[in-house]
Every structure is written in C-alpha cells, then in structure tokens.
Design a protein around this ligand. Structure first.
Ligand SMILES: Nc1ncnc2c1ncn2[C@@H]1O[C@H](COP(=O)(O)OP(=O)(O)OP(=O)(O)O)[C@@H](O)[C@H]1O
Ligand SMILES: [Mg+2]
Length: 428
C-alpha cells in the first residue's frame, strides 16, 4: 500500500473515474439519437412555444440522467445567451415514495438555492405552492423528475402537474425511470399526458462501452490520451474506439484492460456505471499496490472484489429467518465437512436456534421457501434428487459463496444471533 501523500500515481483526476462523484460528460456520442429526440422535444422552448412532456426509460446505467442533464444544460446556456426565459428544475425522486414528499421537494427546488423543505402542509396546499412558484418564475419551465418510479402508485402529482394551465407559464415535465414495470402500470391518462414523447435508452454493447471507458481513461489517467491514428505506432494502443478516428494510447493501461472491462459489463447488463466502476476498481488495485500499470489481472481481481462486496452486502441485509437459514447451512458444512445438506437437518437447526433466541419458528413449508429464496439470490445452491422410485424428491442445499465469506459475514458476537455464529466460528 502506498503512503499518504506519496505522489507516484497513475491517476490524473480520480473523480472522473469515480461513478459516485458526479462527473458530467460533455459529450455522449453513443446517445446521439436519443439526444436528438430530446432536442426535438425541447426546441419549442427556443421558439416561444411549450416544450413537450417527455417520458424517458431504459435500464440502469444507460446514460439517461447524463443525457437529460447534458441537453437541458445546452438549452439553458443557449437561452441565457439569447435572453430567452427558460428555467430548468431537477428533482431526484429516489426515496420520495409519496406525492406529498415529491411536492415538498418540488417546492424547495422551485424556490431556489437556500430554500427549506416546507413542513406540515396537506398535499393540496403543497400543490398550490407549486402553482404559486411556477407563476412567480414564469416563462418556460422544465421540471425533471428523475427516478420517478420511487413514487409507486401514488400518481397524484403525475396526474395533476401535466394538466396545469397557467398564464405566462410554459411547463414541460421530463419523467425518467429504469423501472419498466412502473411504466406499464401507469394509469393510461397519466402515461399519455406525461409521455407526449417517449425516449427509450437500450443497453450499451461492448463496443460502445469500450468507447465510454476510453474517454474516461483519457480524462482520469496519466499518460493516456487520444492521438491521430498515424501517431499510434510509438506507444501502446489501448482502444481503437476513439473519437473522429483517433485511438487511445496509454503508458499505464495494458491493451487488454478496456476491452475486458467492457466485455464483462456488456455480458452482464450493458451498464456503463458498472463498467466505469470496474475500471476504477482495477486502477485502484494497481495504484494502491504501487504498480505502474493496470493489467488484465487487475480487471479480473476488481470484478471478484466487486462481486464479493455485493454478496457481503446481500448477507448483511438478510432478514432474521434467512440469516438463520444461512447459518444452518454453514453450521453443517463446517461441522460435518460436507457440501450438500438435507432440508430436514437444516430445519432441526432452525428450530433449535429459534428456541434459543426467542424467535418465532416457521412451519416446515415456510422454512423451505426461505431456503429456496436464498438459492435465488445466489447465496445458497439447491440440488433436487429423487429418493428412489415413488418416494418423492429431496432438496439439498450448499453454500454458493465461499465458506470464509459466509463465516466472516455471519452476525458478529454483539449481534442478536451472534452466539450461534460464534459456535460456527469456533468450530471452523
Ligand atoms: N454515453 C456515455 N458516455 C460517457 N459516460 C456515460 C455514457 N453513458 C453513461 N455514462 C456514465 O455512466 C454512469 C451512469 O449513467 P447515468 O447515471 O446517466 O445512468 P442512468 O441511465 O441515469 O441510470 P439509473 O437508471 O441507474 O439512474 C454515469 O457516470 C455517466 O456519466
Ligand atoms: Mg439516472
């Protein structure tokens, strides 16, 4: 591990590669078509008319937020230059699961920097405040409701907002979601008024992810830049997915790094956020170890690391009965040094632990359901075998995660089930 302040590093600007740091790309060539559609929906704002309401959807990490931010920024600066009255307001709806919450945040955003969340008002009164603020601001107002699916089926705002008719206000709503089910379930009236235009963001392929990673790498890493194709010979080319026929050369990335990270992410869900995370982790692994270059092995290690962390988080957030089920499988795996354990045995353990900790025990059938759920979340594996002709089948379970991972992440000594977990740790 490098010391604090040690200046040797492969990073030029770490924040560019950190997907949690809000770096905003200024170009999204992979989304040219979607940006054009958006452009067309918003253009009326520059012509004295009302921009269209737009519903934007597509899976996570597909550049929806990035594209809407980019286009509305472009519109805003154009309008500012030309003296056109355009205001863009952005509400992040994550966690706002009631129209009431959404309205309080909308009021706050409309009131501008420094405003507080209004407290202690009814939905109707809040909606009235929204109307007052919209009138005060006037002109063209674009309200972005990002991650709008948070609102669930409480669609009061989504129904009322697009219906507002205010003098001297031209209002447009942009709703964004990665939840296709939400879109399907929207009330038909809401969907048709909100989705005057609908823009779909479909998953990136490996080639597009390479280009996205190449541009990030050029901004975030030292000695990594785009050059004319003719100049590439003198330095290692790490991506040919350049802009305007340029190629990326780098002294800190080995040639396979970007293609491999892009391939991993593409095989999974084509999520750009995931691809960037993977590249960032690989670079950090190399940099922390004091190495001068990032290799294919760093990418593989980064993937393992991210997967392991996801599993760990998964285990920590399991509800009590699921935790007991995981403890049961771990217990027999360690005690008997076997891989597959029969449901009956696991149920005995369940009853014993429940009695010991005063947890209400489950029926045999409900317990089997819990085990089955764990196998769906890739924490346990399930194997079904016949017991011989006419004798039905039996299910066996084993750990789908490493035994160390399971043991390390069982409840710690201070936690509620910690004693039971300590027994397992002592045996191991
Ligand atoms: N075409 C692209 N070029 C460069 N960076 C991109 C591109 N698409 C996405 N990104 C980056 O990938 C990350 C995820 O993008 P974004 O947040 O826009 O996804 P999203 O579709 O809004 O996902 P979610 O549904 O989870 O909100 C961001 O860091 C963004 O800057
Ligand atoms: Mg988003």
């Amino acid at each position: 591990m490098r010391e604090f302040g040690e200046e040797q590093t492969i990073f030029d600007d770490m924040d560019v590669l950190n997907p949690n740091k809000g770096y905003r790309p200024r170009e999204l060539p992979e989304r040219e078509m979607e940006l054009d559609e958006l452009h067309s929906a918003l253009r009326p704002a520059t012509l004295g008319s009302t921009p269209l309401n737009v519903f934007v959807y597509g899976p996570t990490g597909q550049g929806k937020t990035a594209a809407i931010n980019l286009k509305t920024h472009q519109l805003q600066s154009f309008a500012d230059d030309q003296g056109i009255d355009v205001t863009v307001v952005n509400v992040k709806c994550k966690g706002l699961d009631k129209s009431y919450h959404l309205l309080t945040h909308l009021v706050k955003e409309l009131r501008g920097p420094g405003a507080e969340l209004p407290k202690g008002h009814q939905k109707k009164a809040l909606f009235q405040m929204v109307t007052t603020e919209l009138r005060r601001i006037g002109g063209t107002i674009i309200v972005i409701l990002d991650e709008i699916d948070a609102i669930g089926d409480d669609d009061y705002v989504l129904y009322e907002l697009p219906r507002l008719e205010l003098d001297d206000v031209r209002l447009s709503i942009i709703g964004i979601t990665n939840d296709l089910q939400f879109r399907e379930n929207l009330n038909a009236d809401v969907r048709s008024s909100l989705g005057e235009d609908e823009i779909e963001f479909s998953p990136y392929n490996a080639n597009q992810l390479r280009a996205i990673l190449a541009r990030r790498a050029a901004k975030g890493l030292k000695n990594t830049e785009f050059v004319e194709r003719a100049a590439e010979n003198s330095r290692p080319t790490v991506s040919t997915n350049g802009i305007d026929g340029k190629v990326l050369v780098s002294d800190v990335l080995e040639p396979d790094v970007i293609p491999l990270a892009a391939a991993f992410a593409a095989a999974d869900s084509g999520d750009a956020r995931q691809a960037i995370k993977l590249l960032f982790r690989a670079c950090r692994l190399a940099d922390d170890a004091g190495e001068q270059s990032v290799t294919e092995q760093h990418v593989r290690d980064a993937r393992d690391y991210i997967e392991r962390r996801a599993v760990e988080r998964g285990i920590h957030s399991l509800p009590t009965h699921a935790k007991i089920a995981l403890m049961a499988v771990t217990y027999y795996t360690v005690r008997d040094d076997v891989t597959w354990i029969e449901t009956n045995k696991l149920y005995d353990y369940h009853k014993q632990i429940c009695a010991q900790y005063g947890v209400e025990s489950l029926s045999d059938r409900r317990y089997r359901e819990k085990l089955n759920n764990l196998s769906h979340s890739n924490i346990l594996k399930k194997k079904t075998t016949g017991r011989g002709q006419g004798k039905g089948v039996t299910n066996r379970y084993s750990l789908a995660v490493g035994i160390e991972t399971a043991i390390e992440n069982l409840p710690s000594s201070e936690d509620r089930l910690g004693g039971g977990a300590d027994v397992i740790r002592d045996m191991a």
